[in-house]
Design a protein around this ligand. Structure first.
Ligand code: SAM
Length: 291
């Protein structure tokens, strides 16, 4: 269902300035649409949606009817020039995704970038996002965080990505599918070591649940109980400040290596410093090579 923009006919609504409105929509609870998002959706000439059926339902729920056009991974390259041409002519276009904030693991980045390159106005209409909602109920440090999107689905790539993330000194926020949750948590427990985490599931919906524990405890829970239903976001606490201290790690390893064979030294230091075994092993090899 692709439509051309139409000048809004609503009384008093047509004074909305021209431009692209990046508009957040609910992640579950229908009433989490902001009053401003309602105003913008009522006034724009066109709503550009990831899935027009999902967005048509949302508009209908709020008594709105605007022309809708699809913009998703399959048609973005084709649709982008048309949208930019309309924006150049002064159209008011709302960009929405199926749920939450567009561009956050959702389509829209290239459209926004192209609009900015042409000096076309881009407006934020902020609102719900699963990443921030999960962070706020996780009980984990919220002063510094890194949103890492979806992890790769293949185990090798996932473990490589987790190794990269293991030294980031910030709370991590990740999207994960129900099917891969237990596997990913187990990989994280092995690579990150002992860390607190939270699985925020079905936030703002009927079966909302936040399960908290160490990565290991959560991995065992989901391995035992099977894949949970619904959508989930993972939040993982930052590494212990001491654990990211390479100088301290090297000093401990040097002492242990003077007394023990490599594997035993790695086991001992990894247990004492609560450091991921892989990282300790890599440091031990480096120290051996350096002499
Ligand atoms: N742009 C969206 C946002 O800002 O929330 C995220 C889109 S991403 C394609 C969808 C992922 O967000 C899901 O796979 C899940 O990891 C997470 N998610 C979406 N809704 C959620 C909810 N109600 N509770 C927990 N996580 C959710």
């Amino acid at each position: 269902m692709n439509a051309k923009p139409r000048r809004s006919d609503g009384a008093g609504k047509s004074d909305l300035a021209a431009g692209l409105y990046v508009t957040a929509t609910p992640i579950g609870h229908a009433r989490d649409l902001t009053l401003r998002a309602l105003d913008v959706l009522a006034a724009v000439d066109l709503v550009v949606a990831e899935d027009t059926r999902v967005s048509a339902n949302l508009l209908a729920m709020h008594g709105l009817k605007r022309p809708l056009s699809a913009y998703n991974d399959h048609n973005a390259a084709r649709e982008r020039p048309k949208l930019l041409a309309w924006l150049r002519q002064g159209a008011r276009i709302a960009l929405v995704s199926d749920a939450g904030t567009p561009l956050v693991s959702d389509p829209g980045f290239k459209l926004v970038r192209a609009a900015i390159e042409e000096d076309l106005p881009v407006h934020a209409v902020p609102g719900p996002s699963a990443a921030l909602a999960a962070l706020t109920v996780s009980g984990l440090p919220s002063d510094r965080f890194l949103f890492a999107g979806f992890l790769p689905s293949r185990q090798g790539e996932r473990r490589r990505a987790l190794n990269e993330l293991s030294t980031v000194g910030a709370t991590l926020i990740l999207f994960e599918s129900a099917q891969r949750l237990a596997e990913s948590l187990a990989d994280m427990a092995e690579i990150f070591g002992v860390r607190s985490a939270a699985v925020a599931r079905e936030l703002t919906k009927l079966h909302e649940e936040v399960r908290r524990g160490t990565l290991d405890e959560l991995a065992s829970h989901y391995a035992r109980e099977g894949a949970p239903r619904g959508e989930m976001t993972l939040v993982v606490s930052p590494p212990h400040p001491k654990a990211s201290d390479t100088v301290r790690l090297d000093a401990a390893l040097e002492k242990a290596l003077a007394l023990l064979p490599l594997r035993s030294a790695v086991d001992l230091v990894s247990a004492l410093l609560e450091e991921p075994r892989r990282r300790v092993y890599e440091r031990a090899l480096a120290l051996k090579i350096d002499g």
